[in-house]
Design a protein around this ligand. Sequence first.
Ligand code: UDP
Length: 241
Amino acid sequence: MSESEEKSLLYEGKAKKLYSTDDPNVVLVEYKDSFTAFNGEKRAEMSGKGRLNNLISSAIFEYLAKNGVPVHFIERFDELRQLAARVRIFPLEVVVRNITTGSIVKRLGIAEGMKLPRPLLEFYYKDDALGDPLVTEDHALLFEWADETDLKTIKEITFRVNELLKSLFDSIKIVLVDFKLEFGRDNDGKLLLADEISPDTCRFWDALTGDRLDKDRFRKDLGNVLDAYEEIWRRLSRIGK
Ligand code: UDP
């Protein structure tokens, strides 16, 4: 695809901009340098963040696609952008937890850093005005955010992604603590893993030191935020070399 084929801005979110292309089934996703947390209350710009998340998310989606996961990702276009299938996103955030931290610790008063005996899968309703509330599968069915077949497929893909990512990050001495996925349906009706997978959407702990290598550095003002993203990219880009 050439520069001139880039078309109009379809959507601007907190971390990405979506452009149409000459192909109605394909969008160009541009990663922004902005950080947001706590439902948009905390914001910052950090030059280089968009590039790192585009590189990291592209590498992860390439790995998942290679392992048979149906993904919207087509290819990385340049340092800031990637091509992806145009999808309609299910209004659900699918969170997997391997270790307790973050909102579950606050909500349920359980200990932080507990290794769970099996991965926990949660659904949140995607609605900024409501602060993305935790919901059950029955809410999703009743309010027609997804049907039974969709939920079954989403759960199967999510657990498979967890296993694949745990193994990938284990190989670079990083613990996959938890992460969030989003799914969509393409113009042919196929259900695909969509959005991004990056230190914005996952919690990564250094296996040796326990250092936080993700957006918690921004959320909790731990400093060296982009150094952490750079470290994730440095380790990922060395795999197989
Ligand atoms: N997460 C995300 N987007 C959201 C909410 C959560 O990417 O809108 C990710 C978050 O980075 C973490 C996981 O989902 O890896 C679980 O987040 P949690 O529910 O603990 O919420 P938080 O503490 O981030 O508010």
